[in-house]
Design a protein around this ligand. Structure first.
Ligand SMILES: NC(=O)c1ccc[n+]([C@@H]2O[C@H](COP(=O)([O-])OP(=O)(O)OC[C@H]3O[C@@H](n4cnc5c(N)ncnc54)[C@H](O)[C@@H]3O)[C@@H](O)[C@H]2O)c1
Length: 444
């Protein structure tokens, strides 16, 4: 089938590459000319395991093309996937300017029947707005072309995006048109083979499902963070509590890891946008507001532990920081906890020596060269001359480090662990000071 993908970011590029891999002819359109020029030369703008090989083979087969030509994009695909960003606006609502911009582009060039698929995360009612926008432009042009607008939210996880797209837990399709539903079922058939994962529903429910999923996951994490803060004040160990509750199948072990807060391009903005949508229709979303508030506070917990340990004197202290990306296996630093920690340390006069396996360039892009930031290309290098080590991202390579080396290299053997990677008893036996999240006397 012929598919056009609007937006070549995490979602658009993965969707395009995976659909091309199963034999479709895909054209990816982006307004970022530099990104498209790079993609044409095989340069992948993001770090996502498995994506580069998939894009390369799609490109070589001629089934995956990249363009900035809007008219060509509308002319190409029976399916027009909207995969552009929906960041938060100043009130926390989803900013739909890019989504509606694509709708206008489609309206400007629409001739034959097209299925417009909303894959971006968008508030309930957006499919209607996309439809109205396309129709408005068609009316202005005096063209009577047919089209349909479908909601098909994406649930892939950064760092595992290709695998998630290829083997989805579910494929949510929101439409009231049975013919369109059948066409989408056919497109998704290669990803839906072992058992039927396609959930057909009305458009509004599909739109809300995406926000419900992210808000639920953000709530689970936040609940554990709140409990961790209680645990460390009452002398309990949240890791033992985690196992104790995870063993209950109604609760489960997934997504109950305490830490220094969630970040990324989705949870923070989606919780905020869902709360804003609820408020707009006169409902006070108290739980969602609390999740957002508790998470913002949690992102400062590591800094507060560091500040307390050094008696509030952070001027000219050097902190080694392991992990910059908002989670492992990505270079995405949107709303990353590392940013909150680094900025708080800088404000207090401290210097940061940071290491991340893949997010170095992204950190340069965000902060540029500055005297209080040294970006290292090895984890050990970040420790040299540092007063303490802080860990923010649970990359695999941080899981079993050489503790003797850490102890020897740091000026003071103290570790602030925002992801509870180590056994407190082990570090204590090695003569190291270890602060984790919600672990017994780690506050003392
Ligand atoms: N990143 C994730 O893990 C993830 C997962 C599920 C859903 N989502 C949702 O998918 C959407 C896209 O997220 P992302 O992380 O891929 O975004 P992104 O910022 O990585 O990419 C968006 C791309 O859209 C392009 N763009 C903007 N306006 C355009 C236009 N008019 N025409 C063509 N291209 C245009 C931008 O240049 C950019 O390359 C968001 O709504 C997000 O919430 C993201």
């Amino acid at each position: 089938m012929r598919v056009t993908i609007w937006g070549s970011g995490y979602v658009g590029l993965v969707t395009g590459a995976c659909l091309a891999d199963t034999g479709n002819h895909v054209v990816c359109v982006d307004i970022d000319a530099a990104k498209i020029a790079g993609l044409k030369q095989g340069k992948i703008p993001i770090y996502e395991p498995g994506l580069e090989a998939l894009v390369r083979s799609g490109h070589e087969s001629g089934r995956l093309e990249f363009t900035t030509d809007i008219a060509a994009g509308v002319a190409h695909g029976v399916f027009q996937f909207i995969c552009v960003g929906t960041p938060a606006d100043e009130n926390g609502s989803a900013d739909l300017q890019h989504v509606l911009g694509v709708a206008r582009s489609i309206g400007e060039h629409l001739g034959e029947y097209r299925i417009v698929v909303d894959k971006s995360t968008v508030p309930v009612g957006t499919a209607d707005r996309v439809k109205d926008e396309i129709q408005r432009v068609l009316d202005r042009r005096g063209v009577g072309a047919q089209f349909d607008v479908v909601s098909n939210p994406e649930f892939l996880k950064e760092g595992a995006a290709v695998g998630d797209f290829m083997k989805p837990d579910r494929i949510v399709v929101g439409t009231d048109n049975p013919r369109t539903a059948e066409l989408l079922r056919t497109l998704y058939e290669p990803f839906n083979r072992s058992h039927d994962r396609l959930l057909l529903m009305d458009v509004r429910s599909a739109e809300l499902t995406k926000y419900a999923a992210n808000a639920m996951l953000a709530t689970k994490i936040t609940f554990m963070n709140e409990l961790a803060n209680v645990a460390e004040r009452v002398g309990a160990d949240i890791e033992q509590v985690r196992r104790g509750i995870g063993s209950d199948p109604r609760i489960g072990y997934e997504f109950i890891y305490p830490g220094c807060g969630y970040g990324g391009s989705c949870f923070p903005k989606d919780v905020r946008a869902l709360a804003a949508s609820a408020a707009e229709v006169g409902y006070a979303p108290e739980l969602l507001s609390a999740v957002e508030h508790v998470n913002d506070r949690q992102k400062r917990v590591l800094f507060e532990k560091i500040e307390r340990h050094f008696g509030g004197k952070l001027e000219n202290k050097v902190i080694a920081l392991w992990g910059l990306a908002f989670k492992p296996n990505t270079n995405d630093m949107r709303e990353a906890s590392s940013r909150v920690l680094m900025e708080a340390l800088w404000n207090a006069g401290a210097k940061v020596q940071a290491y991340d396996p893949v997010a170095r360039d992204e950190t340069y892009r965000i902060y540029g060269e500055r005297p209080d930031l040294l970006l290292c290309n090895r984890a050990e290098r970040a420790l040299e001359g540092a007063d303490a080590l802080a860990i923010v991202t649970e990359w695999r390579e941080f899981r079993s480090p050489d503790f003797e080396l850490i102890k020897k290299t740091l000026r003071e053997p103290v570790v602030f662990d925002g992801r509870n990677l180590y056994d407190p008893e082990h570090l204590r036996r090695l003569g190291m000071r270890y602060y984790a999240i919600g672990r017994g006397d780690s506050l003392a």
